[in-house]
Design a protein around this ligand. Structure first.
Ligand SMILES: Nc1nc2c(ncn2[C@@H]2O[C@H](COP(=O)(O)OP(=O)(O)OP(=O)(O)O)[C@@H](O)[C@H]2O)c(=O)[nH]1
Length: 490
C-alpha cells in the first residue's frame, strides 16, 4: 500500500524529484544560448510544483517515447481532458449535457453518467443517438451510488477502459449525481497515478438552480453531514446560474453575490435551459486544486467537526454559506479537527477503508446514509470534509412493466408533490402510457414538473415505466403503492 498522501502533498513531493534535474539541464543548456530567463525558470518551477505528475515532466523535462512535442521541443500535455458537470438535483446538468452533445463544436465526447438511484434514467434522457457514434458505445453509465464512495473505484476502472478506446473521442465529460460531493471525484484525478498520467481534470462546471438553490444552501445539516449544494459551488471552476427565467432579476443579483462570496474564483454566468457557449464548459484549462481549497477553507462552512473560537463577542451561528459571506468578515478561528479517522490508500483508489459496502451503497431505494469515511491524512490540503450524506435523503426507484394510465399518473404525482412539497427534490421517469406510441418523459424539481413525449417505442422493446424519486424522508412503500395503482389493469 502506498503511503497516504493528499492530492497537493503528492504533487508537491514529486515535483522536486522529477523536475529538478530537468530544470538543471534546462539551465545548463541555456548558458550562452537563447533560452528561458531565470524569472521564467522560476515560474516554470513554481508551475511544475503545482502540477500533477504527468505535467510536472511537461514543464521542462525532455520528451519521452509517446510524448507529443511542440515546435520548441516542449512536451505538450496530451492527456485526455475531463470535464466534471455537477450541481444539485434538477439544476440542469442533463440539459447542459444534451446541449453539448447536440452542438457542432468538433469535440468528440465520451460521457460517463452517474445515477443516484437504482434505475438508469439519465442515459435514457441524454440524446445519445443524436450526438454519438451510432454504435452508442461511447456512452457509459455508472449506475447506482455516488461517485464519492465505492463507485469511485468503478470510475477509475471506467476511465481506464475508456482510455483504451481513446481514438474514438478526444475528451470525457462526467455528469455526477445531484448529490455528489465533488472533492473525492476531483481527487481521483490527482491521487490515482495512472489516471493522472492519462487524464487531466479540465474543469468542474457546476449548475445552480436559481429557483431552489438557496433552500439547499440554507439547509441545516446534522453535525458531520456535508452540504452537497455548498460543496458543489465551492469546488466549481465555472458556474452556470441556470433557470433564470424562474426568478426576479433582483434575486439573481443577490444569488450571484452569495455565490461569489462562496467561490470568488469561479466565473458565474446566467443561463436559461443551461445555454452557455461550449467553451464556457469545455477547455476550461485546468483545475487549480490549491485555489479551490483556499476557497473552501474561506467558506469554512461544511459539516466538519470543527471548533470555532470566535475572537469577538457577537454570537454568530456559523452555518451554511453565510459563514463564508464577504459581508461578515469578522475573524474567527476555525480550528478544524476532522473527526474522520480513516486512511484511504491514495494510490490505487481502491484501498479505501470505509463502511460503504458495495451492496448497501447501490441498494434499491437506499437511504444514502453510509459513512464515507475517507482519509484525511495529516497535512491534507483537499479536505474530504464530512463524508456523509444527509441520512434523511434517499431515493426510491420503481420499474414496472405494463402501460400506465396518464390521468392517474397526473393525479397521483400532483398529489404527491403537494404532500411532499419541499422535501421532494427530484423526480424523473420514462413512462409507457396506454395508447401512446412514444415514451413519455416526466421531470420534476420540487413543485415544478414537466412531461413530454420522447422517442417512439421501438418494435419489440419492452414497455417499461421507470421512475426515480429523490428527496428527504421519502416513504418508499407509499410511493411504490401509488405508482403501482397507476398501471392499467388488464
Ligand atoms: N424553467 C426552466 N427549466 C429548466 C431550465 N433548465 C432545465 N430545466 C428543467 O429542469 C428539469 C431538470 O433539468 P435536468 O437537466 O434534468 O437537471 P439535472 O441536474 O440533470 O437533474 P438530476 O439528474 O436529477 O440531478 C428539467 O425538467 C428541465 O427541462 C431552465 O433554465 N428553466
Amino acid at each position: 500500500m502506498r503511503a497516504a498522501t493528499t492530492p497537493s502533498s503528492a504533487v508537491r513531493s514529486l515535483a522536486p524529484l522529477r523536475c529538478a534535474p530537468a530544470l538543471a539541464k534546462l539551465r545548463n543548456a541555456g548558458a550562452g544560448a537563447p533560452g528561458p530567463r531565470p524569472q521564467q525558470q522560476r515560474a516554470a518551477a513554481a508551475t511544475a510544483a503545482r502540477l500533477p505528475r504527468r505535467l510536472q515532466r511537461c514543464a521542462a523535462a525532455p520528451a519521452e517515447a509517446g510524448d507529443i512535442i511542440d515546435i520548441e521541443g516542449k512536451v505538450i500535455d496530451d492527456r485526455v481532458p475531463v470535464t466534471v458537470i455537477t450541481g444539485f438535483l434538477g439544476s440542469g446538468k442533463t440539459t447542459l449535457l444534451n446541449s453539448l452533445l447536440q452542438q457542432n463544436h468538433g469535440h468528440r465526447i465520451a460521457v460517463i453518467e452517474n445515477e443516484f438511484g437504482e434505475i438508469d434514467i439519465d442515459s435514457d434522457l441524454v440524446s445519445v443517438e443524436a450526438a454519438l457514434d451510432p454504435s452508442k458505445e461511447q456512452i457509459l453509465v455508472l449506475n447506482n451510488g455516488c461517485l464519492c464512495c465505492t463507485v469511485r473505484d468503478d470510475l477509475v476502472e471506467m476511465l481506464h477502459q475508456l482510455y483504451d478506446r481513446r481514438s474514438q473521442f478526444d475528451r470525457i465529460v462526467i455528469e455526477t449525481t445531484g448529490l455528489a460531493q465533488p472533492a473525492p471525484i476531483i481527487q481521483t484525478f490527482f491521487l490515482d497515478p495512472k489516471v493522472a498520467d492519462r487524464m487531466r481534470l479540465d474543469g468542474v462546471v457546476t449548475l445552480v438552480d436559481a429557483k431552489h438553490v438557496e433552500q439547499h444552501l440554507d439547509e441545516e445539516k446534522p453535525e458531520g453531514v456535508v452540504n452537497e449544494a455548498v460543496e458543489q459551488i465551492a469546488y466549481a471552476d465555472r458556474i452556470v446560474l441556470n433557470k433564470t427565467d424562474l426568478v426576479e432579476p433582483a434575486d439573481l443579483v443577490r444569488l450571484e453575490e452569495r455565490i461569489r462570496a462562496m467561490n470568488s474564483m469561479a466565473q458565474v454566468r446566467r443561463a436559461q435551459r443551461a445555454e452557455v457557449p461550449v467553451d464556457y464548459v469545455l477547455g476550461v484549462g485546468g483545475f487549480d486544486l490549491e485555489k479551490v481549497e483556499e476557497e473552501v477553507m474561506a467558506a469554512g462552512k461544511h459539516g466538519h467537526e470543527h471548533t470555532h473560537e470566535h475572537s469577538h463577542d457577537h454570537d454568530h451561528e456559523c452555518s451554511g454559506a453565510d459563514c463564508g459571506h464577504e459581508s461578515h468578515s469578522h475573524s474567527h478561528d476555525h480550528d478544524h479537527e476532522h473527526g474522520h479517522s480513516h486512511a484511504h490508500a491514495s494510490g490505487s483508489g481502491s484501498g479505501e477503508e470505509h463502511e460503504c459496502g458495495g451492496a448497501d451503497c447501490t441498494h434499491e431505494s437506499h437511504s444514502h446514509s453510509h459513512d464515507h469515511s475517507h482519509a484525511e491524512p495529516a497535512g491534507s490540503s483537499l479536505r474530504s470534509s464530512a463524508q456523509r450524506h444527509d441520512d434523511a435523503v434517499s431515493s426510491v426507484s420503481i420499474s414496472i412493466e405494463g402501460d400506465m394510465d396518464l390521468d392517474k399518473v397526473n393525479y397521483w404525482l400532483g398529489g404527491l408533490m403537494e404532500v411532499k412539497s419541499n422535501d421532494l427534490y427530484r423526480m424523473k421517469g420514462v413512462l409507457a402510457i396506454k395508447d401512446f406510441p412514444a415514451r413519455f418523459v416526466f421531470q420534476g424539481v420540487h413543485m415544478l414538473f414537466e412531461g413530454m413525449p420522447d422517442r417512439e417505442w421501438k418494435a419489440g422493446e419492452k414497455r417499461v415505466s421507470k421512475m426515480v424519486f429523490i428527496g428527504k424522508d421519502l416513504e418508499e412503500d407509499l410511493i411504490r403503492e401509488g405508482f403501482e395503482e397507476c398501471v392499467v389493469k388488464a
